[in-house]
Design a protein around this ligand. Structure first.
Ligand code: SF4
Length: 216
């Protein structure tokens, strides 16, 4: 039997994932404004959202606004973020981002993708998270390592290039689902479709997935 295309499967894939992971439809990062979300997202690279949420309340209490980071050195942030991986790099990028936002965007986190990706330490993934969650704007689909693993198995993309995966998914995922699809693929990737092992017998997509080990 001919396998259904990704476009034909995406509706039912999204509806099953929403039912299975209803609590995952927004970012788990805690923030009160676009700047805090930008900082949290930068801190979340290779760290879990829960770990980031543990350190940001104290950080944001001490340094709430973009302007609070301008006169700082990266080392000023270390005491708050040193439990996170790559904290030196992340601190450097956050300080540089605050300066860049002051110099180029009047101290306000910009809304547009082409502006967001100019900020030091901000790639398309971070920009998509900030746009989607802080501004409810979608110009793309945020792709992280979980999304790469799951999308390759589910849609047979055969690439680890996040931008290529994003472009291909934008062709068949409805635009109003671009924020949701990221969160749902991450949930699936953490739960049953992990990089190390796939637990297809527990996966709600095992009858729709070409990589499933469950015999149909
Ligand atoms: S069926 Fe298996 S390979 Fe396919 S998405 Fe689910 S866990 Fe991953």
């Amino acid at each position: 039997m001919k396998r259904k295309s990704a476009k034909d499967r995406i509706g039912v894939i999204l509806s099953r994932l929403k039912k299975r992971y209803p609590e995952e439809l927004r970012t788990k990062l805690r923030y009160r404004n676009p700047w805090e979300l930008l900082v949290s997202t930068m801190l979340s690279a290779q760290s879990q959202d829960a770990q980031v949420n543990k350190v940001t309340p104290a950080l944001f209490r001490k340094y709430p606004y973009v302007s609070d980071y301008l006169g700082r050195k990266p080392g000023d942030l270390y005491p708050f973020v040193r439990t996170l991986g790559l904290y030196r790099n992340k601190s450097r990028n956050i300080i540089a981002a605050a300066r860049f936002i002051r110099d180029n965007f009047g101290g306000k986190v910009p809304m547009r993708m082409d502006q967001l990706v100019q900020i030091p330490g901000v790639g398309r993934k971070t920009a998509n998270v900030v746009q989607g969650n802080a501004f409810e704007i979608t110009e793309g689909i945020a792709i992280d390592t979980h999304c790469i693993t799951v999308a390759n198995r589910l849609f047979l993309f055969n690439t680890t290039n996040a931008e290529k995966i994003e472009r291909r998914m934008m062709e068949f995922v409805p635009r109003n689902e671009w924020i949701n699809v990221t969160h749902l693929l991450i949930a699936l990737g953490r739960d049953v479709c992990t990089a190390r092992r796939k637990y297809c017998e527990r996966c709600v997509l095992n009858d729709l997935c070409p990589s499933s080990t469950v015999r149909k």
